[in-house]
Write a protein of this length. Structure first.
Length: 416
C-alpha cells in the first residue's frame, strides 16, 4: 500500500495497513465515509479528493467514483433475485455463528430449512453452497478464530448443590426463558415533528427524505425480527424433538476414549437435576397409575353404555319399520277384499240381468194363480191336446226347461 500523505493539512485518516484485515467492500465504505466527512471547499467540492482516497485505501478509483454517484453494490443490485433479503441473510449468518459457538455445526440441509422457513418457499440445491460463498466468514476456522480472539473474561458462579435442585429459586430463574423484567414495548422513534403552514419547499423535501429513510430502516428491522422469530421456532422445534421424541428402540451405547473429557460444573449440575427430575417423575407416574387405570375403566364403561344405547335405538327403529310394513300389508289386504266384494256384487247383478233377459226371451206367460212364485221354480203347465204340434210345449218339456234353468240360467233350453 502506498504511503499516506502526512502533511498537516491532509484529511486522510491515519489508518494502518488494512489490506489483510478489512475486505474490499469495507475499505470502499471507509473511503466514502472519509470523503463525506472532509470539509467543503469554496467551489462546493470535498477537500479530500477521490484520487487520494482511492490511493490511500487501496481501492479502484472508478469503483469509488461509481459508489459516490449512487451505484449499488453487486449484492444490493441483485438482492431482489435472492430468496432472502440482505437483512435476513445477516440474521442467518449471525445465527450460524452462534450455533457454531455452541458446538452445534450447521449443515447445508439445515441452512436450506432455515431459508425455507423464513421465505416460505423451497430453495435450490446449490443455495447453501452459494450462501457460504457469499459469506466466507462462515467457515469453521473463521468462526473458531472469531470466538477465541473476541472472547472476554467473565466471572461465573457455581450454584451450591441442595437436596432438591429443582426447587431452587436461583436454578429456576437461571433456566427460565422468561426474563425477570417485563418485556419492553417497541415504539417508533425519530419521527420528525409536523411542518408548519409556512414551511419552505426545502424543509418538505428534507422531511420526506428523513421519513423515507425511517421507513426503510423499519422494513429492515421487521425483516430481521421475522427471520429471528422463524429461527427461534425452528430451534425450539429441534429442542422439543430432542427432549420428548426419543427413539424407543434400545440401541447399544458405545463410548469413545479418544475424545474423553471431564464434565464442567454446569454440565454436572444439569445431569444431577435431570436425574432428580426423572426420579420424581417416576414417583409421580407410579402414584398416578391407579387414577389412570380407574379413568380408563370409566371410559371403557361409558363406551359400552353408548354402544348398548345405540343397539337399542337400532332395534326400536327396526321394530317400528316392521310395524309400519305390517300395517301397509293389512291395508292392502282389506282393499283387495273390498274390491273382491264389489266384483262379486257386480257379477251377481249381471247374472240376474242375464236371467231376466233370458226369461223375457222365452215369451212364456206367467200363471195368474201364482204371482209370487219365483221364475226359477216355475213349473210350466200348458195343456195342449196334441204334443206333436210344432210350437207347443208339453209338461215334460217344461219340467226339463225349469230344471236346466235352475242349474244354469244361461244354458236354459229354449224350445221352438
Amino acid at each position: 500500500m502506498p504511503t499516506m500523505n502526512t502533511t498537516e493539512n491532509s484529511t486522510c485518516p491515519a489508518n494502518p495497513d488494512v489490506d489483510n484485515i478489512l475486505s474490499p467492500e469495507e475499505r470502499i465504505q471507509l473511503a466514502i465515509q472519509a470523503i463525506n466527512n472532509s470539509p467543503l471547499l469554496p467551489d462546493g467540492t470535498q477537500e479530500y479528493k477521490i484520487r487520494a482516497a482511492a490511493r490511500d485505501f487501496n481501492v479502484p478509483r472508478s469503483t469509488l467514483t461509481a459508489r459516490l454517484n449512487g451505484v449499488q453494490t453487486r449484492k444490493e443490485a441483485h438482492e431482489h433475485e435472492r430468496q432472502l433479503t440482505l437483512a435476513q441473510e445477516n440474521v442467518v449468518v449471525e445465527w450460524v455463528k452462534v450455533m457454531g459457538q455452541r458446538g452445534l455445526p450447521v449443515t447445508g440441509e439445515m441452512l436450506a430449512d432455515y431459508a425455507h422457513d423464513i421465505c416460505g418457499k423451497e430453495v435450490g440445491k446449490n443455495w447453501a453452497r452459494k450462501f457460504v460463498e457469499r459469506h466466507p466468514d462462515l467457515k469453521v476456522n473463521k468462526i473458531i478464530t472469531a470466538t477465541t480472539t473476541t472472547t472476554t473474561t467473565t466471572t461465573t458462579t457455581t450454584p451450591v448443590a441442595s437436596e432438591d435442585p429443582l426447587s431452587s429459586a436461583s436454578g429456576a430463574q437461571a433456566c427460565s426463558a422468561i426474563p425477570p423484567e417485563p418485556i419492553p414495548q417497541f415504539a417508533i422513534s425519530g419521527v420528525p415533528p409536523p411542518l408548519g403552514p409556512k414551511a419552505s419547499r426545502n424543509d418538505l423535501h428534507s422531511q420526506n427524505d428523513h421519513l423515507r429513510l425511517l421507513l426503510e430502516r423499519s422494513c429492515i428491522e421487521l425483516e430481521k425480527a421475522y427471520a429471528i422469530q422463524k429461527l427461534m421456532e425452528r430451534e425450539n422445534e429441534r429442542l422439543h424433538m430432542v427432549a420428548f421424541h426419543k427413539d424407543k428402540s434400545k440401541k447399544k451405547k458405545t463410548y469413545s476414549s479418544s475424545e474423553a473429557r471431564h464434565m464442567t460444573s454446569e454440565e454436572t449440575m444439569d445431569e444431577l437435576a435431570k436425574m432428580e427430575f426423572m426420579t420424581k417423575w417416576k414417583d409421580v407416574m407410579k402414584e398416578a397409575g391407579q387414577h389412570f387405570k380407574i379413568r380408563r375403566q370409566m371410559i371403557v364403561q361409558h363406551e359400552r353404555e353408548v354402544e348398548e344405547q345405540q343397539r337399542k335405538a337400532e332395534a326400536k327403529r327396526v321394530e317400528k319399520a316392521a310395524k309400519a310394513a305390517a300395517r301397509e300389508v293389512e291395508w292392502a289386504l282389506k282393499a283387495m277384499k273390498k274390491q273382491g266384494k264389489k266384483g262379486r256384487k257386480a257379477t251377481k247383478k249381471k247374472s240376474a240381468q242375464d236371467h231376466d233377459a233370458f226369461m223375457e226371451g222365452l215369451n212364456i206367460p206367467l200363471p195368474d194363480s201364482h204371482p209370487s212364485t219365483p221364475s226359477s221354480e216355475l213349473s210350466f203347465s200348458l195343456s195342449f191336446s196334441d204334443p206333436e204340434m210344432p210350437g207347443v210345449v208339453n209338461e215334460e218339456s217344461a219340467k226339463e226347461i225349469s230344471t236346466s234353468h235352475r242349474r244354469n240360467p244361461r244354458r236354459a233350453v229354449r224350445t221352438k
